[in-house]
Design a protein around this ligand. Structure first.
Ligand code: MCN
Ligand code: CUM
Length: 795
């Protein structure tokens, strides 16, 4: 026997079909709403119709009169148990159920627990709440205006609506760079609110068992272990008596990272009623109250030299966080990793300031398919780069190439202090330009323009810091960021691997088995992957920020290597040679001097239970905790071509080319799926997704008539390229994260393409979404169009 064929056993690089899809496409998944427990009750939430109002009274009498109603929770009741407010992941507090005021439209005011969800919903409507309306704030500018009402008057020492001010970088060096500039290019834009809107909404089934004192909560969460710790601390329950189970998840995209009031209410209700309580959000509830992202005003400048070299960068961010500051992000950074902006460019000096403010909107700024605001960072970067190239009158592709971090500069320290691990930026760009037919397109564009047709080409590049931690720099609420994996090899050579991550559609059940196959030669189909149950899964910080492959995946590798080290001892024993004389090739140990004499990993597994050498602990399992030395930095180039109709402002996508370098690909097919999904979201954000607020704080876009999800019909085709592979030097298998790259880098490619088509008309910016009326207004009025100011309400 010789080494196994890695692709045949489903190892690294095999485009193995996703094993989880078998049950999903047959409708056999086990999602939260599939969970039915004996005696289970149902909870519905009453939400505020107003954005900002004082609550003068809540009368629940009529709700209690409805047959089938067991409990009506109000903020006042929660307060008696110290649960009216809960801590957020960013050291703020958030109302669980409103007591004093409501602070955004859709805020949770009361919860009804009843025999079935319809009765609970009816009972919600029977609750009488009296409000005294207050003026609403819907932008950072309004939040800091003189005389603005203080939204968070519940907080001591909060005299205004400012949450934080923050800065990073070297101001003096940046000022000096600007003093030397031949030209200063500016950019001001608004990255609008967006919503992850996974197919499955959020929900929980809380089951408190009085007999055992154990609380089991089935919950749509991307980070079950963190939730367990949070529940232990907030509800003051012992951690070992809490079991969080995250069942199959119908998409997360960041929506299922935060802790929502519904979870807390269902837990309290189950404890009070001693019965399982299920809460499932409806689509409106999900769209109006949970997991908003972005909503940030960015204003920046580049100091440029005539020859196209960038000397310095400065920017200011005004972030609208909504009524509660509840972002999940590393504690050290107030505005996530926004300072990853311009990381792929070699810029000597940079300075960033940020201010976060409260508004009468649902909590926002929560990540949506981005590693803590990297989406905003890269969007701004690539819009700014496009504008600067135009200001300088240089080719935008060449401008990028001149300023890229060069291959020989890695590892490269950015002006904001990140250490880039590896990359081949110029090569990715070349592949992209060739694929789109750059030179030919420029000619076509010119000919078309002569005939009054508007063609445009947009380039976007991005690099993303993925894989928090290392624990030195990254923690959430003081909990250091690392991950672990546990691998058990059974006596017949089959195995189970568990991690503290939680797949939501990314395919971990498929890819983690491939890592084991790569490390041990156990065919992937013989390895089962389990995640999401805190009673069985080893500790982990969860799945977001595309950290699973960089951290949990690395832990799988390390656990497998520990198993291999032990198997080597068993092999030496079986082969009757010393360990030093044993060599490894995929699936098999052999004697160095006699390669024909060998034992398979399966034989070693059996020996671990039946024939171990004296003094060796039986069994073949290992747990590895992995604290990454650094983040992984994938890179990508996205290029889009469009045609804009000057008569209507409608734009059609002609071609999309994507060149992603995420290091070694575990499963190329899954990686391509991730990229296509991300590009689809990027297209949606650029083209059609619109959430805004009128002057009274009414949320416009809280339904799928206003907030559009692209279907296969309108989504353009994508041409994907995988020929550039720069392994991460510090990751055990050289893989970098990829789950968010296309959603991060994609939007600017679409927007840059449209602006390239209309830029010669004197238009510098149109804010997303680039709806036809905005594009048409820009073309006909020849001015920039900002989507930022609140929509005036009629009547
Ligand atoms: N992968 C690979 N080779 C690489 C990198 C990744 O084969 N070099 C595989 C991984 O093993 C995994 C998938 O690609 O199966 C994504 O891996 P990774 O980049 O590590 O990201 P995570 O698993 O941590 O997923 C999180 C990321 C985030 S943060 C959001 S948001 C998002 C995304 O994944 N949400 C998703 N993609 C999603 N895809 C689906 N279907 N559903 C979501 O909710
Ligand atoms: Cu940034 S959304 Mo994902 O990190 O779950």
């Amino acid at each position: 026997m010789t080494a196994l064929d890695e692709i045949k056993i489903g190892g690294l690089g095999a485009s193995r079909k996703r094993v989880e899809d078998d049950r999903f496409i047959r409708g056999k998944g086990n999602y939260l709403d599939d969970i039915v427990l004996p005696g289970m009750l149902h909870m519905e939430i009453l939400r505020s119709p107003l954005a900002h109002a004082r609550i003068t009274s809540i009368d629940t009498t009529r709700a209690y009169e409805i047959p089938g109603v067991h409990l009506v929770l109000t903020g006042e009741m929660m307060a008696t148990r110290n649960l009216a407010w809960m801590p957020t992941l960013s050291y703020d507090t958030q109302a669980v159920l409103a007591t004093d005021k409501v602070r955004f439209q859709g805020q949770e005011v009361a919860a009804v627990i009843a025999d079935d969800p319809y009765v609970a919903k009816d009972a919600c409507e029977a609750i009488v709440v009296e409000y005294e309306p207050l003026p609403a704030i819907v932008s950072p500018a309004q939040a800091v205006a003189d005389g603005a009402p203080v939204i968070r008057d519940d907080k001591e020492n909060q005299a205004d609506n400012v949450i934080y001010t923050w800065e990073i970088g070297d101001k003096a060096a940046t000022d000096a760079a600007f003093a030397q500039a031949d030209l200063v290019s500016t950019m001001k834009l608004h990255y609008p609110r967006s919503h992850p809107s996974p197919i499955e909404c959020c929900g929980s089934v809380a089951d408190f068992n009085r007999a055992t004192s154990k609380l089991t909560v089935y919950m749509t969460t991307q980070a079950p272990h963190i939730i367990r710790a949070a529940v232990a601390l907030v509800a003051e329950l012992p951690e070992h008596m809490i079991r969080i189970v995250s069942p199959d998840i119908g998409g997360g995209f960041g929506n299922k990272v935060p802790v929502y009031p519904g979870y807390v209410c269902s837990i309290l209700a189950s404890i009070l009623l001693e019965r399982p309580v299920k809460w499932i959000e409806d689509k409106t509830g999900n769209l109006i109250s949970t997991g908003f992202a972005r909503d940030i005003y960015l204003d920046g400048e580049l100091a440029l030299r005539k020859d196209g070299k960038i000397l310095g960068m400065r920017m200011h961010a005004d972030a609208d966080h909504g009524a509660f500051f509840s972002d999940a992000q590393p504690s050290k950074f107030k505005i996530g990793l926004l300072h990853s902006t311009f990381a792929c460019y070699d810029i000597p000096a940079a300075h960033l300031t940020a201010r976060g403010t409260y508004s009468n909107k649902a909590p926002g700024g929560v990540a949506y398919r981005c590693s803590f605001r990297v989406t905003e960072a890269m969007f701004f970067q690539e819009r700014m780069i496009a504008a600067a190239a135009a200001d300088l009158g240089v080719d935008p592709a060449e401008f990028r190439r001149v300023n890229f971090v060069r291959d020989e500069q890695f590892p490269h320290r950015t002006a904001f202090g990140f250490l880039l691990d590896s990359g081949q930026y110029a090569k990715c760009l070349d592949v992209g330009l060739r694929a789109i037919g750059y030179e030919e397109f420029r000619k076509r564009q010119e000919q078309a323009r002569a005939k009054g047709r508007l063609l445009g080409l947009g380039i976007s590049t991005m690099t993303e810091p993925l894989g928090a931690g290392n624990s030195r720099e990254y923690d959430i609420l003081g909990i250091k960021m690392f991950d672990s994996a546990e691998l058990k090899v059974h006596m017949t050579g089959k195995a189970i691997v568990r991690t503290g991550a939680r797949t939501q559609g990314q395919g971990h059940e498929t890819t983690w088995a491939q890592i084991v196959a790569h490390e041990l030669g156990i065919p992937a189909q013989d390895v089962v992957v389990e995640e999401g149950d805190t009673d069985t899964a080893p500790f982990g910080m969860g799945t977001y920020a595309s950290r699973s492959t960089p951290v949990a995946g690395a832990a799988v590798s390390m656990a497998a290597r520990k198993v291999r080290a032990k198997a080597r001892k068993l092999a030496a024993h079986l082969l009757e040679v010393s360990e030093e004389d044993v060599e490894w090739e995929l699936g098999r140990f052999y004697v160095r001097s006699a390669p024909d004499r060998g034992v398979t990993i399966t034989e070693c597994a059996l020996a671990a239970y039946s024939n171990m050498p004296d003094g060796l602990e039986p069994g073949l399992e290992a747990t590895a905790f992995y604290d990454p030395p650094n983040l992984t930095w994938p890179f990508a180039v996205y290029i889009v071509t469009v045609e804009v109709d000057p008569a209507t402002g409608v734009w059609d996508v002609l071609d999309v080319v994507a060149v992603d370098d995420c290091g070694v690909r575990i499963n190329p097919m899954i990686v391509e799926g991730q990229i296509m999904g991300g590009l689809t979201e990027a297209y949606a954000m650029a083209n059609m997704q619109f959430i805004t607020f009128d002057a009274e704080g009414n949320c416009i876009g809280s339904n799928y008539m206003d907030y559009l999800l692209p279907t296969a019909w309108e989504t353009p085709g994508f041409e994907l390229h995988s020929e550039v592979v720069t392994p991460s030097p510090h990751h055990p298998i050289g893989a970098k994260g990829v789950g968010e790259c296309a959603a991060v880098g994609g939007p600017a490619a679409f927007v840059n393409a449209v602006l390239d088509a209309v830029g010669h008309l004197g238009i510098r910016n149109i804010d997303m979404p680039l709806l036809p009326d905005r594009v048409w207004e820009a073309i006909t009025e020849r001015h920039d169009v900002s989507g930022a100011p609140p929509v005036r309400s009629e009547g």
